[in-house]
Design a binder for this molecule. Structure first.
Ligand code: NCD
Length: 317
């Protein structure tokens, strides 16, 4: 990288609207942090004296754990709040919760919420930097960044790659963040899924859209499978998950349509046997656990870029 890319965002709320420079700044900053997590002492002093609050109103395993580890590996003080133990169950509003947390002087608020726009709502009303860790069906920016980091490590580039994003696109904040990031970095995106799970307007984002899996997989460099979001399937979008798996599940025969060196991704949690066959999920082309590892490094980079003192802007080795 000839010149260091610039990041001058106050929050990370969405990929849509983020400059290419800012995206590259996160990906580049994540590289040394990736190495930190592979050392025997997985800690740097970069965010000493800073406070990160993880405020999770929705279930999460990977995202919550990796934000917690990211903060801790940067030496920040990290507090995790999940809704089942917070005062939201006693009827406190989101804004009151945020105002109370703000009174404790956090530097960063990491927020996951079922309502699209929740992170932006908070960002407009707090002094802390806000990171969107998934807001409803809107965006999940750090997931797209860790996906891009994983693709770049596996393929050496992102520009020019053919990326197939398949499954429940309608409910997927991961898909929305990914299409914004991948097209900004010059990849070509194809979406595939049953018609009922493909939102209108995908072509306008510069993507090709298929209502069958096979044509989307043909010649793909990257195959990204999405979870069928049963918790968001209010109406009857699908006949049955068995039927879905038969028609839209990624198995070895279908994966053979992609490039011979294509990689398989999934943001997790997986529905094994529904959108992805266990043989593929655990197979040699799967980078699903690499995505999880990248998640810690990318979240370290994001916290560092948003909260580090100017004098601490180079990660210590
Ligand atoms: C995703 C999410 O919660 O948006 N998971 C994740 O963060 N890795 C995807 C999903 O729930 O299907």
């Amino acid at each position: 990288m000839s010149e260091r890319a610039r990041f001058d965002e106050r929050h990370l709320l969405a990929i849509e609207g983020l400059r290419k420079d800012s995206i590259l700044a996160v990906l580049d900053a994540a590289e040394p942090f990736f190495d930190v997590s592979r050392r025997s002492v997985r800690k740097v002093p970069t965010l000493r004296g800073k406070t990160v609050i993880n405020l999770f109103y929705e279930a999460s395993t990977r995202t919550r754990t990796s934000f917690e580890l990211a903060g801790k590996r940067l030496s920040a003080d990290v507090v995790n709040i999940s809704v089942s133990t917070s005062s939201a169950v006693k009827g406190e509003t989101l804004l009151d919760t945020v105002k109370n947390l703000e009174a404790m002087q956090p530097d960063v608020l990491v927020v996951r919420h079922a309502a699209s726009g929740a992170a932006a709502f908070i960002a407009a009303r707090t002094r802390a930097a806000v990171v969107n860790a998934g807001d409803g069906t809107h965006e999940h920016p750090t997931q797209a960044l860790l996906d891009a980091f994983t693709i770049r490590r596996a393929k050496g580039r992102i520009e020019g790659l053919e990326v197939a994003i398949c499954g429940d696109v309608l409910h997927s904040r991961v898909a929305r963040s990914n299409v914004a990031l991948l097209t900004t970095l010059g990849a070509k995106v194809r979406f595939a899924g049953p018609r009922t799970l493909l939102p209108p307007g995908l072509e306008a984002l510069g993507a090709k859209v298929y209502d069958r899996l096979e044509p989307a997989l043909e010649g793909a460099d990257v195959v990204m499978m999405l979870r069928v979001q049963r918790e968001r399937l209010g109406g009857s979008f699908l006949p049955s998950t068995r039927e879905y798996g038969r028609i839209f599940g990624l198995n070895e025969a279908r994966l053979a349509l992609a490039k011979p060196d294509a990689i398989v991704m999934h943001p997790g949690p997986m529905n094994r046997g529904v959108e992805i066959d266990p043989a593929v999920a655990d197979g040699p082309r799967s980078v699903i656990l690499d995505q999880v590892e990248a998640g810690v490094a990318v979240r370290m980079a994001v916290l560092w870029l948003l909260a580090a003192e100017p004098s601490e802007r180079v990660p210590s080795a």
